[in-house]
Design a protein around this ligand. Sequence first.
Ligand SMILES: [Zn+2]
Length: 268
Amino acid sequence: MPETTIETKTAATPDRSPAGSRAAGLVRPVRTVAILGAVGALVAAIALPAFASASGPATAAPVTTEQLAADNAQSIVVASEATQAPSAREQFTATTPDEIEKRKAEEAAAARAAAAAATVASASRPSIAGLALVAPGSGAVRYPVTSFTPGEGPGSGRGHEGWDMIAPEGTPIYAAAAGTVTASAESIGGYGVSIMIMSNINGTMVETRYGHMVYGSRMVQAGEQVSAGQLIGLVGNTGNSYGSHLHFEVRIGGSVIDPEPWLAANAG
Ligand SMILES: [Zn+2]
């Protein structure tokens, strides 16, 4: 076993100073063996009462050596978490086969949970089979929906800040420009399922917002880069919406502009 493992355990023991354990480099082999024995005794002393109280004396099953080793290993982890800074905790190395298996299982479970959280409603994700993954055109700016009926724009005096592009539910939505996804969620206020992207178009910072998408249809998460015309989701009717359409907003320098003439002038 690597010596670093033993040193980390030693640092986790509250009644030893880390400086003291590192000072005597010349006699390290002898010291580590002695320390390992001391740590083992300490673990046994603190682990067994905790195990007994958790399972209850009446229901305590015969404890195998493997279980005992696993419980001891878990106690070491708990002790290190309680007494060490997070950076030091990362140096901890699994030492027994049981513990290695346990940590592998924990890491796999954590990865599955993270994946599930990142892909909201993945089980009900609508199919995108047959849809073009990239919008037609080659310009820096693209129409977010390629076939639509023009609806209400901004400046109506009702606080509407986007252009409603009316299209059937499930119509693909494309990123109007390359950029960074700044928001992507199943519910953002009246936008419902929505995505927001910040783009640098020839030196001008342009924010585009896409609202009322279908639940589970978001293809990108906050922090991801998208290319112009990349499929990002599907037209829906979520949030403050009455009828399937894309609510598309464009902001330049933080100010709302009318997307219709902007697209007409720039998309291609
Ligand atoms: Zn709208």
